[in-house]
Design a protein around this ligand. Structure first.
Ligand code: KG4
Ligand code: ZN
Length: 348
């Protein structure tokens, strides 16, 4: 049975997992650098790289221990090749390529967003191709028409801040702790003011692109004008969250109408947001369709999604080898190359 080691180090999580073709994820190790970056209010790239170096090998060891296996049982190593912080990516890529070289295994460079896209496939209730995917993370907001593995059509994306970035920046303006997204979402649960309303950017014109950068300025103005009480803060948090969630839902509705897909996959860190989940469940119900999410720990950055994406490509490549009798270069090259900026349209 095929077993793939997955390595994720694109930002502030050092994450290692092992995917087993028969049993699914058999090891899942993650070290979050949140505490390290907390005092700076955001990720410090150099500190992130150094910490990945410290943690990565112990986590690989821990993954083998958890799975009760050794590297001799592995079939390939998958690592995040981009996009992300260059130094952080280099730690994962160097480790992945070196281990693959030493252990005489093929290595597979994975696009981080493809990892997020495929993460719902790790659940028992999972979508089948084709499906529409809403990718909402700290760095990206995208609507992707997923026709099959490796065939991705980006039909909408953010022209400025990503949804997660908008949550984080607004939280910072509101004086909330880092990372702000989930904290702002928690605060929004206490909001009661139904009359405070933020704009729904770019919904008054056709198209599937997003723009969230104006919302943080709107929030800043509301905060300045408020009485500064906890209740006012919660009301502003709720109004902000409602605007992001509504905007995402409006664009998803258009995309479903355009593509006629019956399944919607929601992935990336913001897919953990409960208000968004509720709204999109209602939306897909109205289309007699279904919505799919990764479990909570696979919503934000993790190694499981990289190990699984690696497995999918390994299998696809194996199939090609059988039919075409030709070796693949990308599986057998050990050069170390990362792509800090890597548009999905260039990768597939
Ligand atoms: O996918 P991810 O872990 O990292 C990137 O690849 O960017 O996403 C992290 C983002 C952060 O912006 C974080 O604030 C946001 O996801 N996030 C949330 C929630 N949980 C995480 N945003 C809103 N509500 C949440 N519950
Ligand atoms: Zn991510």
């Amino acid at each position: 049975m095929t077993k793939i080691l997955g390595i994720e180090t694109s930002c502030d999580e050092t994450a290692i997992a092992i995917y087993d073709e028969q049993k699914g994820i058999i090891a899942h190790q993650l070290y979050s650098q949140i505490a390290l970056h907390g005092e700076y209010g955001g990720v410090v790239p150099e500190l992130a790289s150094r910490d990945h170096v410290r943690k990565i090998i112990p986590l690989v060891d821990a993954a083998f221990k958890q799975a009760g296996m050794s590297h001799e049982d592995l079939d390939a190593i998958a690592y995040t090749q981009g996009p992300g912080l260059i130094g952080a990516l280099l730690v994962g890529a160097t480790t992945g390529q070196s281990l693959a070289f030493a252990w005489k295994l093929p290595s597979i460079g994975i696009h981080h967003l493809e990892g997020h896209l495929l993460a719902p496939m790790l659940e028992e209730r999972k979508p089948t191709y084709p499906f529409l995917a809403l990718l909402v993370s700290g760095g990206h907001t995208m609507l992707v028409d997923v026709k099959e593995l490796g065939d991705y059509d980006i039909i909408g994306e953010s022209i400025d801040d990503a949804a997660g970035e908008a949550f984080d920046k607004t939280a910072k303006i509101m004086g909330l702790d880092y990372p702000g997204g989930p904290i702002l979402a928690k605060l929004a649960e206490k909001g009661t003011n139904e009359t405070l309303r933020f704009p729904r950017p770019m919904t008054d014109r056709p198209g599937l692109d997003f723009s969230f950068s104006g919302l943080k300025t709107f929030a800043a103005n509301k905060i300045t004008a408020s009485d500064g009480s906890e209740q006012s803060k919660a009301d502003i948090a709720k109004a902000f969250q409602d605007a992001v969630v509504d905007t995402l839902a409006i664009k998803c509705k258009r995309a479903i109408q355009q593509t006629c897909r019956k399944s919607l996959v929601v992935a990336g860190g913001v897919s953990a947001n409960l208000a968004l989940r509720q709204k999109l469940a209602e939306l897909m119900k109205s289309f007699n369709g279904e919505v799919f999410y990764p479990r909570h720990e696979y919503c934000t950055d993790n190694g499981a999604m990289i190990a699984y994406a690696g497995y999918c490509h390994f299998k696809q490549q194996e199939g090609k080898k059988k039919t075409r009798q030709s070796g693949s270069h990308w599986l057998e090259s050990y050069s170390i190359k990362v792509h800090p900026r890597w548009p999905m349209s260039e990768a597939f």
